[in-house]
Design a protein around this ligand. Structure first.
Ligand code: ADP
Ligand code: ADP
Length: 228
């Protein structure tokens, strides 16, 4: 069974903008997935449905075969970790350690388990040396890694990153994809949303192309090479 299945999803914002119009796609388990589409295609709106921040107005999202509803959306948020484009939207605590501990603390875990998870998450993104620093003083790429650690500490089944390399320098980009590949190798499904065709073609083993709120195509990397 697919990890996530999106079926005929519609979403209209309060101002009347229709962001998703009958979107259907499948996120396979354990893969490196790129959701590819131009600005305004509906990627961010879709992602907000994948972890229950937005609920379907029409159609449905199935996680492990279970429809996402207002009742299970909270649980979903610990299984589907979302890394926003701008780390300043999710990194806000006084220290890096506290920031990464925020999610597991909210999950009501025991202090020992929280410490273990925070330490492991910081090690996974190479930020252990910064644990007592204020996130405010970190570089953009470092903040992004702290944001990822905060998600990792919740031990999600899938991590979704919105435009992961926006504003990262080439080295920051290499570091980030190295981290994502390591996580994937350990079994975490990784999804990125991007408008960058080259990035998607280079990194993903599953591509989902969306435009104007619908899915144009889904398949392996040959999807892009065939067209060139
Ligand atoms: P999208 O809806 O495509 O995900 P956003 O709403 O997150 O895009 O961002 C819209 C635009 O704002 C981006 O394309 C970028 O030009 C700009 N932007 C977003 N975050 C930052 C940032 N941290 N620094 C500078 N510009 C930013
Ligand atoms: P992408 O992430 O691919 O850039 P978005 O999901 O951000 O696409 O946007 C899809 C459409 O929804 C766009 O037309 C965008 O302008 C619109 N949109 C996004 N967020 C809002 C919002 N909060 N209110 C109204 N319209 C929105």
């Amino acid at each position: 069974m697919a990890l996530i299945e999106v079926q005929d999803l519609f979403y209209r914002y309060k101002d009347g903008t229709v962001a998703l119009r009958g979107l259907s796609l499948t996120i396979p388990r354990g893969k490196k997935v790129a959701i590819l589409g131009p600005n305004g295609a509906g990627k961010s709106t879709l992602i907000l449905h994948l972890n229950g921040i937005h609920l379907p107005q029409r159609g449905q999202v199935l996680f492990d075969g279970e429809p996402v509803t207002a009742r299970n959306a909270r649980l979903l948020r610990s299984k589907v970790g979302l890394v926003f484009q701008d780390p300043d939207d999710q990194v806000f605590s006084a220290t890096v350690w506290e920031d990464v501990a925020f999610g597991p603390l909210n999950m009501g875990l025991e202090p020992d388990e929280i410490s273990r998870r925070v330490a492991a998450a910081l090690a996974a993104v190479g930020m252990t040396a910064y644990q007592d620093k204020a996130p405010y003083h970190l570089s953009y790429g470092q903040k992004k890694r702290v944001a990822i650690a905060g998600i990792l500490a919740m031990d999600p089944e899938v991590i979704i990153l919105d435009e992961p390399v926006a504003f990262l320098d080439p080295q920051g980009k290499d570091t980030l994809f190295h981290i994502l590949d390591e996580l994937n190798a350990r079994g975490t499904t990784i999804v990125i949303a991007t408008h960058d065709v080259d990035l998607a073609a280079e990194w993903a083993d599953q591509l989902i192309v969306i435009k104007d709120g619908t899915c144009l195509a889904q398949g392996g990397p040959e999807l892009l090479t065939d067209k060139q």
